[in-house]
Design a protein around this ligand. Structure first.
Ligand code: ADP
Length: 260
């Protein structure tokens, strides 16, 4: 009878597991529905937004002189709010693209990718001063090029955005080979992040310094985290308030050649 009891207990467990499985399936499907929704919505919102921005710019150009001072101010507000909204929609689209589009992997040189990044960030470098140093890097890795570029771009842009007022931003990027993955780091000498916020900043729309910068969307790090997820890696940081931050991430060596 002990074995009958054990069998009954096992049956009960199987039923329980089945139920949990069912719930998980529902959760996954509603999650991917939501992601598809975000993708379609952000994609389709761009068109009407472009129209709003375009016509506001035309009014601004052709009719600004005919307007009273308060109307000019309203026009400026409409323009900056709609441009900010466009940026948010773009970032949201980027975010949902990471899950909804296939990613081809290719062999690439991190050094070349980062030299391109340095050129693309020239404006930021000129306006803020400071530098982007490249440390030791692996000569070749297998990754999704646009995705990896986006990760470095977001981390480096943040390093410049959240720099200390009196200190020119210094960013150092390096990467080393480990057993089964590559390990990269992006270190800055900026304002730093208190440890209690370290997990929260990877969640959607979480911004700690919203007031100092109206440009951000709070999607930069969640986008990085998703891209790294698709490379079977991890992303985390070391930082204390006022002492700069180092963002680390890994990329698995053995990701399938191409994956959807
Ligand atoms: P955004 O930059 O658009 O605000 P992110 O997801 O890239 O959104 O970053 C979330 C928040 O994390 C930022 O608003 C900022 O408060 C904090 N943060 C990110 N990177 C850094 C950094 N290098 N130094 C200090 N704070 C940072």
């Amino acid at each position: 009878s002990a074995s009958i009891e054990a069998e009954q207990a096992l049956d009960a467990k199987i039923v329980e597991l089945d139920r949990a499985n069912q719930k998980l399936k529902q959760y996954i499907s509603s999650n991917s529905e939501l992601e598809k929704f975000a993708y379609v919505a952000s994609h389709d919102l761009r068109e009407p937004l472009r129209t709003i921005i375009g016509f506001t710019q035309i009014i601004n150009k052709r009719h600004r002189e005919d307007l009273q001072e308060d109307a000019r101010q309203y026009l400026d507000l409409i323009l900056s709010a709609s441009q900010h909204m466009y940026q948010l929609v773009q970032d949201l689209l980027q975010y949902s693209r990471v899950s909804n589009e296939s990613m081809e992997l290719q062999n690439l040189s991190p050094q070349q990718l980062l030299e391109r990044l340095r050129v693309d960030m020239k404006e930021m470098l000129q306006s803020k001063g400071g530098s982007i140093q490249l440390g030791a890097l692996p000569s070749q890795i297998r990754a999704h090029e646009t995705g990896l570029y986006r990760v470095f771009l977001n981390l480096t842009t943040n390093a410049f955005k959240f720099s200390r007022k009196e200190v020119a931003p210094e960013v150092e990027i390096r990467g080393i080979e480990k057993n089964d993955h590559w390990h990269f780091s992006v270190r800055d000498n900026g304002i730093g992040i208190a440890p209690r916020h370290h997990e929260q900043i990877f969640l959607l729309f979480n911004r700690l310094h919203a007031k100092t910068d109206s440009e951000g969307s709070g999607l930069g790090l969640p986008i990085c985290s998703k891209i790294i997820d698709r490379h079977h890696g991890n992303i985390w940081l070391e930082s204390k308030e006022g002492q700069g931050s180092t963002f680390h991430f890994t990329i698995a060596k053995s990701i399938a050649v191409s994956y959807d």
